[in-house]
Design a protein around this ligand. Structure first.
Ligand SMILES: [Zn+2]
Length: 215
């Protein structure tokens, strides 16, 4: 097929989007969206309640530039304190709660001999593009569908950070972080670690995008 045949086809594809409202630029004033809570989100709320997770549902908001928080919650108590959590899509919050409670808590106790007393996150929602990719695209953080985890604090006072622990001289510390990484790959769609690129040298990026991309 020559390009002269391809071009009209592309024009037709582009035309498919004309019914959608024009995207609002990034940095626009947030607009609260009056959309009914989806069945999927409602089922997720039920799952969180069943797991005894305390949370509050957040209003759906459009921040412009494709940045959008919909079907999101504010986690209040998942059993272990976690710093810096703001809006998370409910499915992400559910996977994250499960990972902390059923992977991080037992791994700390069994592998490091101390209870997990705090998880340090580096944030959830942020209206921004991906960093360190060849072609910048909207980050999973821009739709509140990703969380960055930087460190785990133990009852004995140790702070296991991704930055210092990933290549720690202590094999138990290295193994602890690898176990949490591998468990995350079973629970989240995209998991990025220091093995992926330098941007991720100090955190694990956990994203609920169903992509099976584990690095
Ligand atoms: Zn991230």
């Amino acid at each position: 097929m020559t390009k002269w045949l391809v071009l009209p086809a592309l024009a037709m594809l582009a035309g498919c989007g004309t019914n959608r409202p024009a995207p609002r630029p990034r940095g626009s004033k947030p607009v609260t969206l009056a959309i009914p809570t989806s069945r999927e989100t409602q089922a997720c709320y039920t799952d969180l309640s069943r797991e005894a997770v305390r949370f509050s549902p957040l209003a759906d908001r459009d921040y412009g530039g494709g940045c959008r928080v919909a079907g999101a919650v504010q986690l209040i108590d998942i059993g272990v304190p976690v710093t810096n959590l703001t809006a998370m899509r409910c499915g992400l919050a559910r996977s994250f709660g499960g990972w902390v409670r059923h992977a991080a808590v037992p791994a700390a106790r069994q592998m490091l001999g101390s209870d997990l007393v705090r998880v340090e996150s580096m944030g959830t929602y942020a209206c921004r593009n991906t960093v360190g990719t060849a072609r910048p695209m909207l980050s999973g953080h821009a739709i509140a569908n990703a969380v960055d985890v930087g460190a785990f604090v133990l009852e004995d006072g140790r702070r296991i950070s991704v930055l210092n622990g990933w290549q720690s001289p202590d094999p138990q510390v290295r193994a602890f972080l690898r176990v949490l990484h591998d468990s995350a790959c079973k629970r989240f769609g995209t998991v990025l670690s220091p093995d992926y690129n330098a941007v991720h040298r100090n955190h694990l990026h956990l994203e609920d995008d169903h992509k099976s991309f584990c690095r």
